[in-house]
Design a protein around this ligand. Sequence first.
Ligand SMILES: O=C(O)CCC(=O)C(=O)O
Length: 853
Amino acid sequence: MSAMATETVGTMPEEVFSACSSPLSSPPSSPLIPPLSQDEATQNHDSQESIAGPMTPTVSLPAPSRPKRQAAVRAAEKITSIIDEFGTHNRHTKPRGTKRGRDASPDLKKLNSTTEIHTKRIRTQDLPVTQLSPDESDAAVDAEFDNDKEPAYTADTGLTLLDAQINTANTQPASDLQGVLVNNILMNLRAKAATNSVAIEQADVDLPPTVATVADETSAPIARAAPRAPPPIRSKFRGGMCEALPYFKAYKGSCYFAGLVAKGFLIDIEVEKGDMFGENGGGRVKEGTSMVRSKDAVDDAINVRSLTNAYAGDSLIAIVAGDQHPLYPCQPPAVYSVLDWFHITYMWKEKLRARGSQRVFTVWRVRFEKANPFTPSWWIPLGEEENVTPVTCPVGACSTCNTQSKQIFTVGWFCLNHLCRNYYKLPSTLDDVDIDTLAYSQEFLNERTPYEGDIPSLIPTLPNAEGMHGTELALRQGFVCPKCNYACRRVYWSWLACESSNCRFRQQAVMIPYSKLLLSNEEEIFTKNMQAKRLRNKVNDSLATILNQTYAVLSPVTTLGGYTVRQFFLTNPTHQVIGSFTIFRSSEQINTKADGPDELFRTLEVEDIGLRRNPAAIAGHKLEGLTRHFQQNFGARYKFGVSVQSKGFADAPPAILKALKRLDWAKGVAVSSATANFPISRHGLGDNFFEDLAAQDQNFNELLALGYMEEDRINYHDDGEKELGPVVAALSLGSPCTMRFRPKRNKGFETDETPKDSQKHKKNDRDEEDKKEKKNHKDILEVEMRHGDMMVMAGTEIQRFYEHAVTPQGKRRFALTARFVDPAKMELQSDIDDALIKGAIPPHAANFTYDGY
Ligand SMILES: O=C(O)CCC(=O)C(=O)O
């Protein structure tokens, strides 16, 4: 550690740094010695003694439990070794091949000669570094906060979810953080893009015109100078960035992290004093259109921890800039643009006066530096050069807490350890620093710290489909267009199509048919999972599990046609039967018959029936949410909040008409057997509830085909649109799934929230979705659907009182769901005409029949 002493420049005059010692002249103590507590720091200040072993690693973990303690020890070792390495080699302060790092400005030289300044890079202060084991990290992230999950929009919840996102996406990003981004210069992006653009473009295929082609790539209001080069990746949609970029899956908030390490960061509209092309975050309340800070930064906020860990591990972070950033130096080329790879070169807690108030809060500041500081940045305005002579920022150490801090402000050095008694106190007088006059020093701003590791390409290549079937998550993701670098969502089932209106890149998606074996393997895993669950719920029924008997009544197992059938009756809050749910379990015999489920599944696998994702909320907005599954409507148009076009039955492929026949059969037998199975212990809404229902019923005139790839799903929703008839039937093909029912909120059902739930929700309190979820009822019924199974829901009131969600457990599933959309209940004549034409069953459908076997 002797090398450290040689890095000390100058001496520290008593009157200037009376509260500081020269930590680097003392040997470091054991890396596992915990940092000073607040009390210890206070006592030491009182005695004005310097502490031996000041290079103690700055890991502060509150009394960890045994496994956490081990994790803390591992973290401490890691951080110590980093400190040692820097201490010895000083590698980050000497830019390669240049003397610029040593050419301190005249002012700095003066400062150096009169004060104790260290040029050593500070890795950590008393930051709450918590490096958990991979398992712990995953669990922590799962349990606490997931911002990388693509929302599963549904017709009726989509809009609200998106509203919530608008409120949080730009205004409540990385909670408790202020971003300081060092604006330096470029890399040759065109060259980079070229290397990644493999020539895989296919024929110019015309896809349906409603494809999310993006006419306006930016909505930035102020015209500024054009950037000197295009960004490496751009998109109009946040979802495009999140789906296409492995390092930026921040659907909510500004910081994307994995395993508690930050990977990507968004800077956008909200800027506070001191930000430099930066963005602030949490702890604010909305007031009018601007945000007002209402509380101090929280040290153990997951974003802070993730950034702290990225700082400690010197990991790369990609920064995405939103076009609303007021300090964007050039005209933003797109709503969202990837800036470059950065790394965090300093993190500190800063005092800030809330806008329009006298109250002072603390926020975390993060200094992001471009990983390669010696190449010009694309976002510099065309014709301008960044004129920076890199210098080294002085470092001082506090004699009270032994923590090193950079001298980041022009006012001179003071301790930046927020846990220290002398935090924000001028060392000479111990007076409070005047926060209103603080300005960053040129030395701090102009310091450059090249990243020493390998810097990968920002542009992910299209995934290699070798050995895959085409619906695996890796292939389901979005992609960066290899032709124009636009970050695209996967909109079509059968195509990768660039979302930029200026680009015609289209590539047929890989779609290899499933083998029987693959399907049965998926079912085997599903069965095992469900058996375990059933055991926990003390039921043994492979068709469905009633999770709460209060509102669901079960009929005995019967057979209808070749199917094993179970029927459930759901009640309203006053226990009157309001409808039935019937599940038809298929068999190998049924599945393998001509025109049966195996054949239908194979047809849908290989034929492009037009499945695509559609906007489920705020279509066209930068936060537009697409459905988390693919759809194609046939027959009368089913308007369910998602704007889906429909193909008439006359143009439908035979597979669709064959499925329709099966569903018509299932509907008929389900409704008539409901009359027989009606639970006499409960009253229905009328004496002849199911007879009446059968009498009102009409033949299906609509079929919605849904395609699910790996991890696709449909969130809670109802099929309760006013134009719909009372019966809905579905055929399930491919991977198995569960369909869960729960009572809707505010309908008078007894509440079922347990204390355990409340606690869980408290943890996630920041998340709007979770806040809503907290109030939801639990599932009362979970139905298992396997390849070839059908289900029939009968009773309009079921849709009024219950909602359902479907979660496939496998990588490829289709659901063909049929309904009657009543033209008599439509308002527009054009809709009525459309429904009558498209919903008419064509004569050739008479060739297809179904008898239940
Ligand atoms: O995927 C399914 O089986 C059914 C989807 C569904 O809930 C619906 O279409 O309303």
